[in-house]
Design a protein. Structure first.
Length: 166
């Protein structure tokens, strides 16, 4: 009689691998590259969105600082102001040493069209106000999907004057 040997439970027969296209479907060799290709556009979109909003926020912060310094000039030294809004593309538009001129000196390095409007409410109240505005699409470094289109960034600062109105 022939003796039949049985394999123990710990030793298994090697699995047969499928051939051809089925073998490619079970392969994990390109998984990282394909996942990277799928995730990269979303990552870049998020990165550029963060940069665009950060530059707009940084510009608004600079506008608030410029408005604060300009209104301080008006409140403390009684600096003159031009009637109507002054465009900061050329500082010659503002009176030298005026509130608008001070604000424009803080904003000239941006290369965008800022509008500075200073007002003195001296007869009615003891307040001076400076408002700086810019088109939001110019404020952002890049406006990929038009998030800033048609919007305006505005910084307004009001300060009480030191000397009473005469």
């Amino acid at each position: 009689m022939r003796e039949v040997r049985r394999q123990s439970a710990s030793v298994r027969a090697p699995k047969r691998r499928p051939r051809g296209m089925i073998l490619f479907a079970f392969s994990r060799s390109g998984a990282a590259a394909s996942e990277f290709v799928l995730v990269l556009p979303v990552f870049i979109l998020c990165l550029f969105s963060i940069v665009a909003f950060a530059t707009a926020l940084f510009m608004e912060n600079n506008m608030v600082n410029a408005a604060r310094e300009a209104v301080r000039e008006m409140a403390v030294t009684e600096a003159p102001f031009s009637p109507g809004a002054v465009r900061c593309d050329s500082q010659e538009a503002a009176i030298v040493d005026s509130a608008e001129y001070v604000a424009c000196t803080y904003l000239t390095f941006w290369g965008t069209d800022f509008f500075v409007d200073a007002s003195d409410e001296c007869p009615a109240e003891d307040k001076a106000t400076v408002r700086i505005s810019v088109d939001a699409s110019q404020a952002a470094l890049m406006d990929i999907f038009g998030f800033f289109e048609g919007k305006t960034l505005t910084a307004e600062v009001t300060m009480r004057k030191e000397d009473a109105c005469v």
